[in-house]
Design a binder for this molecule. Structure first.
Ligand code: GDP
Ligand code: IMO
Ligand code: MG
Length: 417
């Protein structure tokens, strides 16, 4: 009953999509267990780009099934758009996408509320993706949310939504002149619900059938460990647990059923949205990383903040998730730098007790490499300085590297023996 988890170890956008797609060729099922359309997972096959927001990155393998688990918050309108795009490209999704009937549903009201809350935060705005994630999880824990399965009783779901709308109007969050626009959104929402309801399944039964048959399941993480609601840079985090521990409740399995946890780290660090980022580079090296790494959000197109690899936070992520091995992505982006730095300690206090806003990183400086990485077959074929950089990260994190991504394309990956 192998279940391999792929978890982002930084602030998201580590390249999970590429790694899940790579490992997905062997998998029978790829299952998301948290988050929603805030995610943006990019895959390149040749020059063809696919950005997935809710559908797991196994969908490009014709025999792999995909599950949106109970721990997710599903945006029906976004999901229909995603499915339509895939179908237009000739990808056969028939019978391969399954939605947990227990997953909570993001309504247009959640998106309005997300935008409203962000604007009320003023300078303390989180920089959310405005996909309604926080308000939907808030409704879930307030025990007033609507799960996919609740929409089988349309009239009841309608009256709950009508009640929520009237509350937002009373609070002045939705103005009367917004009604017409909202009515159009609600129309699209109900059409999307009708489209996706046939995909609803008893996901617990589904997952356990795969486990019992001994078929490989991949649990696909979204966001990253430092955006975790408990362990991340609170309050500048997302609204769900992104760490491996949440796979159990997000899919309905026991902890002993997770057989392997793989952490995905970018070879440097990026962050989109607000919040502390000790190794952020506001100089020309930061601009270089942003341009060379094409660091723009896959969901919101916002420029990503860039900085050096932070081994203090990296080690913390490894502890929180219990990584068996790690994948390092975007090594190629560091080509051509004279010196590469890694943060190994913070001056002025220990992590995680130190306030990250005050943390002054202490760096070690390693030599860069000046050539392209090419398509090496073995670790020893990488430039010496790149080998040294990777071995240093491995030692600092305390976990072995299993995969190295050397370019955005599916085949640009090196398996470390
Ligand atoms: P995710 O959210 O973790 O799946 O990551 P994103 O897709 O949001 O962002 C990662 C970006 O880096 C995407 O544009 C990928 O195509 C790209 N990418 C992934 N791996 C590599 C790599 O090894 N090298 C380069 N240059 N780009 C990569
Ligand atoms: P993937 O899966 C990077 C960030 C937002 C914001 C914070 C809260 O592609 O790695 P939210 O909309 O979740 O309430 O926003 O979290 N964020 C991400 N950053 N990658 C993501 O997903 C993210 N999903 C949310 O920018 O700072
Ligand atoms: Mg992303």
């Amino acid at each position: 009953m192998p279940l391999r988890a792929i978890i982002g170890a930084q602030w998201g956008d580590e390249g999970k999509g590429k790694i899940v797609d790579y490992l997905g060729q062997e998998a029978a099922l790829v299952a998301r267990f948290q988050g929603g359309a805030n995610a943006g997972h990019t895959i390149y096959i040749g020059e063809e780009q696919t950005i997935l927001h809710q559908i797991p990155a196994g969908i490009l393998h014709p025999d792999t099934h995909c599950l949106l688990g109970n721990g997710m918050v599903i945006d029906p309108v976004g999901l229909v758009q995603e499915i339509t795009l895939l179908m237009q490209r000739g990808i056969d999704i028939q019978g391969r996408i399954h939605l947990s009937s227990l997953a909570h549903i993001v309504s247009p009201l959640h998106k309005i509320l997300d935008a409203y809350q962000e604007s009320s935060r003023g300078p303390l705005a989180i920089g959310t993706t405005k996909r309604g994630i926080g308000p939907c999880y808030t409704d879930k824990v307030s025990r007033r949310g609507l799960r996919l399965g609740d929409f089988f009783n349309r009239s009841q779901a309608e009256s709950i939504l009508a009640e929520q709308l009237s509350q937002l109007e009373q609070q002045g969050i939705i103005a009367s002149d917004q009604r017409e626009e909202l009515a159009a959104e609600m129309e699209k929402f109900w059409q999307a619900i009708a489209f996706i309801l046939p995909f609803a399944v008893n996901s617990v039964e589904l997952v356990h059938a795969y486990l019992q048959a001994g078929k490989l399941i991949l649990a696909e993480g979204a966001q990253g460990t430092l955006l975790d609601i408990d362990f991340g840079t609170y309050p500048y985090v997302t609204a769900s647990n992104t760490v491996a521990g949440n796979i159990c409740t997000g899919l309905g399995i026991g902890p002993r059923q997770i057989s392997e946890v793989i952490g995905v780290y970018k070879a440097y660090t990026t962050r989109v949205g607000s919040g502390p980022f000790p190794t952020e580079l506001r100089d020309k090296v930061g601009t270089y990383l942003q341009a060379t790494g094409v660091e723009f959000g896959a969901t919101t197109r916002r420029p990503r903040r860039c900085g050096w690899f932070d081994a203090v936070l990296g080690r913390y992520a490894a502890l929180l998730n219990g990584f068996d091995s790690i994948a390092i992505t975007k090594l190629d982006v560091l080509n051509g730098l004279d010196k590469i730095k890694i943060c190994v300690k913070y001056r002025g206090g220990d992590f995680p007790t130190i306030d990250l806003n005050l943390a002054e990183p202490e760096y070690i400086e390693l030599p860069g490499w000046q050539q392209d990485l090419g398509q090496p077959q073995h670790f020893r074929d990488l430039p010496r300085a790149a080998q040294h950089y990777l071995r240093t990260i491995e030692e600092l994190i305390g976990v072995k590297i299993g995969l190295i991504s050397l370019g955005r394309e599916r085949k640009q990956i090196l398996v470390v023996d």
